[in-house]
Design a protein around this ligand. Structure first.
Ligand SMILES: [Mg+2]
Length: 371
């Protein structure tokens, strides 16, 4: 893989392209504790420099693609591909009047990932090596268990992951609280001794969540994600303080700017912080969150998009595990080369491929194109 000519460090970004692909869910509708969805939109960015193209993406919507095209394109084209940090700062400045969180941050995230992939490709290095590896294999937990599944389907999905060697699996709760304890018990029956995580997506109130924490503990649940609304840091901290000792509280997937993560940690709201590079400013943002985790000795778990996170996951100092989210793993294997199945409960970055190690299958994706 190592070229005979020196890798280029000073190439200018020549072009930045964005497309959006709307991929229907496997089932007609999927749901968690607080929303229902029937499709997932992949916003894909390609950045060219020299003879290389870097890719990045976020799971967002058409507005995100529009913002990349209308606002970020001119910031990025002509920038130095070796100066990802400078371009990240310039993108942040460019969205000042739009609001840095939400759509703008998802747009910046997709571009930042593409620029890191591009930089690693220009250097002819796998991205994990460029970041500096902390581990060779990255543990994953199986995540799905939607509230739209009936109990046999819930059990089959979670059992499949446990049987494949994943140490933990996660299911959704909170849509029909009266059924939650029985569904969680049914999941426990299906997975043997594997770790069982639940995610309420903010569906409960504080007292309600504490009641469920006790009920879920009877099924050996060790991870209670977003028991209450994610911005209610005091509420999360109350649940964390009163939950059973073996049950960790997790949140952070809706963190965009670094200040959100700092406030979650300062409030003592979580045992494990979650962060998503497709939302929090790409790898540039995620590496900063990893640094924050070190200040509080709190573990970090990446949210969704397992194949996008893989190389960064190998390098994050505080990483506990990555979320192997059903919808995103399915889309990755439909549309990308290089998205291999987990083995023994882990994903391993392919160090023979430069960058993210992913190749977008444009022809397979075209029928889903919406922009
Ligand atoms: Mg979640």
């Amino acid at each position: 893989m190592i070229a005979e000519t020196a890798p280029r460090l000073d190439a200018a970004v020549r072009d930045l392209r964005v497309r959006a692909y709307r991929v229907p869910t496997a089932q007609p509708n999927e749901s968690d504790g607080t929303i229902v969805w029937d499709a997932t939109t992949l916003v894909l960015v390609e950045a060219d420099a020299g003879d290389r193209t870097g890719i990045g993406y976020t799971f967002a919507d058409l507005a995100t693609a529009t913002l990349i095209r209308e606002v970020l394109h001119d910031v990025v084209v002509g920038s130095d591909a070796g100066c990802v940090a400078r371009t990240w700062l310039a993108m942040g400045a460019a969205v000042r009047n739009l609001g840095r969180d939400g759509i703008a941050s998802m747009a910046i995230s997709a571009v930042d990932v593409a620029l890191w992939d591009l930089r690693a490709q220009l250097l002819e290095q796998p991205l994990c090596a460029l970041f500096g590896m902390a581990r060779e294999a990255v543990p994953v937990y199986g995540s799905g268990g939607f509230t739209s599944y009936d109990v046999p389907m819930l059990q089959a999905q979670l059992r499949g992951w446990a049987d494949a060697g994943m140490a933990w699996v996660k299911m959704k709760v909170g849509r029909d609280p009266g059924a939650d304890a029985a569904r969680v018990a049914a999941a426990r029956d299906a997975i043997g001794t594997a770790g069982l995580f639940v995610d309420a997506n903010g569906a409960y109130g504080v007292k309600e969540a504490l009641g469920f924490a006790e009920a879920f503990a009877e099924s050996g649940v060790t991870w209670f994600e977003e028991p209450v609304y994610h911005q209610d840091f005091a509420g999360l901290a109350r649940v964390r303080a009163a939950a059973p000792a073996r049950m960790e509280i997790a949140s952070g997937e809706y963190g965009y700017g670094l200040d959100h993560f700092a406030r979650v940690l300062e409030a003592g709201a979580v045992d494990v912080l979650q962060a998503d590079a497709t939302r929090c400013g790409g790898f540039s943002g995620l590496l900063a969150v990893d640094g924050l985790c070190r200040t509080k000795n709190v573990a970090l778990s990446t949210h969704c998009a397992p194949y996008l996170h893989l190389h960064a996951g190998a390098a994050l100092k505080s990483l506990r595990h990555m979320e192997y989210f059903y919808d995103h793993a399915r889309i990755a294997r439909m549309l990308f080369d290089g998205a291999e199945e987990p083995r023994g409960g882990a994903l391993v970055p392919d160090r023979s491929r430069p960058g993210l190690g992913l190749e977008f299958r444009r022809a397979d994706a075209e029928r889903y194109a919406v922009s």
